[in-house]
Design a binder for this molecule. Structure first.
Ligand SMILES: [Zn+2]
Length: 58
């Protein structure tokens, strides 16, 4: 019923850089990597839509 965003704004704490990461093909998580150090990050999407706010990667 609720729309899910195709991307999530995330702050990479490792390099203090902000970037959007995109939903994966299974549509159960947002996946991306840091543009500077290439560290991978994944944010699971909760069934309650709790991923709607932007995140800080640690
Ligand atoms: Zn980094």
């Amino acid at each position: 019923m609720e729309k899910k965003k195709k991307f999530l704004g995330i702050l990479f704490d490792c390099c203090n850089v902000y970037r959007r990461i995109y939903i994966n093909k299974e549509k159960n998580a947002y996946e991306g990597n840091c543009p500077l150090c290439q560290r991978e990050v994944r944010v699971l999407i909760g069934s309650d839509g709790s991923s709607s706010r932007f995140f800080t990667a640690r």
